[in-house]
Design a protein around this ligand. Structure first.
Ligand SMILES: [Zn+2]
Ligand SMILES: [Zn+2]
Length: 146
């Protein structure tokens, strides 16, 4: 399976029973549809951002190919107003750009020390998206500076 952005092979990272496919070059992240549901379960909640919570996005960004079937993915926004723009293949899953994961993690209020936090921390470490426990980090991970 290749990165839809770089066309380099994705590597598999596994933690807490969730398998993620990661690009080491752009730090993008592929979630199979089933893995996303599993993550939501691990987080002990139904993601409002889950399968039913994405809406088509109007964007001029170029469509990317699904790493599974190579068809153009659709651009969607997670949770409607979150502003997290993702690429989705209806049949296979979701692609997160590096900063997009950071935005998503930032929107998930999880209890420090909880299982959910451990999972998100792992994801943050793996993808350099910034650990959820350090919101003070000044780098602009999806934040719009005014
Ligand atoms: Zn890549
Ligand atoms: Zn696909």
């Amino acid at each position: 399976m290749d990165c839809p952005v770089c066309r380099e092979p994705l590597i598999v990272a596994e933690r807490e029973g969730i398998e993620l496919d990661v690009c080491l070059w752009c730090r993008g992240l592929w979630f199979d549809a089933g893995e996303l549901a599993l993550l939501a379960e691990k987080l002990g909640r139904t993601l409002s951002a889950g399968e039913g919570g994405v809406v088509p996005a109007a964007t001029s960004e170029k469509a990317r190919p699904c790493p599974r079937c190579d068809r153009a993915m659709e651009k969607v926004v997670l949770g409607g107003s979150s502003g997290v723009l993702l690429d989705r293949c209806a049949g296979h899953g979701l692609w997160f750009d590096h900063g997009e994961l950071g935005s998503l993690v930032g929107q998930m209020a999880v209890a420090p020390g909880s299982h959910a936090e451990a999972v998100l921390r792992f994801m943050g470490e793996t993808f350099g998206a910034g650990a959820p426990s350090s919101p003070a980090a000044g780098d602009a991970a999806g934040e719009v500076k005014r």
